[in-house]
Design a protein around this ligand. Structure first.
Ligand code: NAD
Length: 479
């Protein structure tokens, strides 16, 4: 049985503001561990520890900080199976996908470690003689990192690694549903020899300690990923305090299939985008927009592909999708499943659970027959439910794709170069892809959305380095 713990200033502390059982979503009769909840005093302590560590950490050279990240990567790599197992048991992501996510975490640590050895500014010609003018990217201070449960390893690391390499220290509040995994990661970072206070982990409820972090500590920056409603509230608080923030939020991503699409490519990528991780990715394909001429043959192939995927416990290495993550996720997603069975046509359904475990399993469905303004088309469901819309031509397909308050990711399936380029131009999404699924943007590329999907900042790749630093313009005269 695992226990969540706080890691503050290099000390392990079991908070006492409450506790609850961590239940395996693949088998609700199994308790995986105990979640110990913090109150605001631990958040304040964590911020103080991060602030104390900030001077020495930001004073280290880039290559020395890089060495720390390399050791964190080595440790995570050596314990990757163990971390993936725990995360699968805690939040229900199939083990094969979870292993891939841990490898992504290792790659992210190595990518940002390398940044410790790269240039972090530019020399700008001065109009005066004997003046050296240049920019430097400098750290922000203490960064608050607030993360969701759906990528319990990759999202925390894609925020923490760039924050650290730029010289910031961190207070990290993971989602309640991913707290055991977060504790395990912090244990590895300690084992890797990270100096005390550089990362401080505080476990607890977002509405309490997340809020306290923003309102009761003098954080210098906040990087948040989660729902749009929470993110907009966080943005308001940060804007009022004039601190730098980024909020990566919800999505309602469309895959558009044109008459000339290669269905052998499109169908598996759409099934994967919609149903892997049980649809619980911010970049999941949740709207499928199909041009009329190919509609019937596409639906036929989609139904066949869906009937061949496996819904199974997360630790089954052949599971295509596992359960949804929690009882409350189950209730929310099932309310949309009921809505679909009452108000839409169910075009295709995946097989039921293979086995007889009690868990938060939801059979994947594809629905159609509702208008573009219907909640099934407009609201983020975050579960294995996709809806189909028919479009008369490319122009209508793009208009439907853009008819959303969200703008995270969008895909087009076509063989037509002109439509491919026009889609890249016209789709209002932060990540636009042709003949690729809506999910799966590589870690070295900027990640983020337009409209209500993001604060218009970007994560991953070089973009994360811009977020976790600010620019200082320097000039020195040596006449
Ligand atoms: P959530 O908003 O409920 O929680 C996210 C984090 O915020 C958690 O750590 C939570 O404890 C914390 N939190 C909650 N209320 C808070 C408050 N008042 N103040 C401070 N912190 C608070 O989201 P979730 O259910 O964990 O994750 C699912 C959502 O995340 C979906 O909407 C999904 O689209 C989104 N998501 C977006 C991306 C992206 O990059 N755009 C990636 C993954 C998930």
């Amino acid at each position: 049985m695992k226990n969540s713990r706080n890691w503050i200033g290099g000390e392990w502390i079991e908070p006492t503001a409450g506790e609850c059982a961590v239940i395996n979503p693949s088998n609700t009769k199994e308790q995986v561990g105990v979640l110990h909840l913090s109150d605001s005093s631990q958040v304040i302590q964590a911020e103080q520890a991060a602030r104390e560590a900030y001077g020495p950490w930001s004073g280290l050279s880039g290559p020395v900080r890089a060495g720390h990240l390399e050791r964190m990567a080595d440790l995570l790599q050596s314990k990757s199976g163990d971390v993936a197992n725990l995360a699968s048991m805690e939040m229900g992501k199939p083990i094969a996908e979870m292993r891939g996510e841990v490898s992504r975490g290792v790659n992210l640590l190595r990518y940002y470690a390398a940044e410790g050895l790269r240039a972090n500014g530019a020399v700008i010609p001065s109009s005066e003689q004997n003046v050296l003018q240049f920019t430097r990217k400098v750290s922000l201070g203490v960064a608050g990192i607030i993360t969701p449960w759906n990528f319990p390893v990759a999202i925390p690391i894609w925020k923490i690694a760039p924050a650290l390499i730029c010289g910031n220290t961190v207070v990290w509040k993971p989602a309640e549903l991913a707290s055991l995994t977060a504790t395990r990661l912090a244990e590895l970072f300690e084992e890797a020899g990270l100096p005390p206070g550089v990362i401080n982990l505080v476990i607890g409820k977002g509405s309490q300690i997340g809020k306290a972090m923003l309102e009761q500590t003098p954080l210098d920056a906040v990087s948040f990923t989660g729902s749009t409603s929470t993110g907009l509230g966080i943005a308001q608080i940060c804007a009022k305090r004039n601190i730098k923030y980024q909020t990566e939020m919800g999505g309602k991503n469309a895959a558009v299939v044109l008459n000339d699409a290669d269905l052998e490519t499109a169908v598996p990528l759409i099934v994967s985008g919609a149903f892997r991780s049980a649809g619980q990715k911010c970049t999941a394909t949740s709207r499928i927009i199909v041009e009329s001429g190919i509609y019937d043959s596409f639906i036929k192939k989609l139904s066949y592909a869906l009937s061949n995927i496996k819904l199974a416990p997360a630790l089954d290495s052949e599971a295509y999708l596992g359960p949804v993550a929690s009882a409350s996720q189950y209730e929310t997603v099932m309310s949309y499943v009921h809505m679909a069975s009452e108000q839409a046509d169910i075009l295709a359904q995946g097989p039921p659970l293979s086995g007889d475990q009690d868990g938060y399993y939801i059979r994947p469905i594809v629905a159609a027959g509702v208008g573009a303004g219907h909640p099934l088309i407009q609201e983020e469901i975050f579960g294995p439910v996709a809806t189909v819309l028919e479009a008369a031509d490319f122009e209508e397909a793009v208009a439907l794709c853009n008819q959303s308050i969200y703008g995270l990711s969008a895909s087009l399936f076509t063989q037509n170069l002109s439509h491919a380029h026009r889609f890249l131009d016209e789709a209002r999404a932060g990540m636009v892809r042709v003949n690729q699924e809506t999910a799966g943007v590589e870690y070295q590329s900027p990640f983020g959305g337009m409209k209500l999907s993001s604060s218009h900042t970007r994560e991953q790749g070089q973009a994360a380095l811009d977020f976790f630093t600010e620019l200082k313009t320097c000039a020195i005269s040596y006449r």
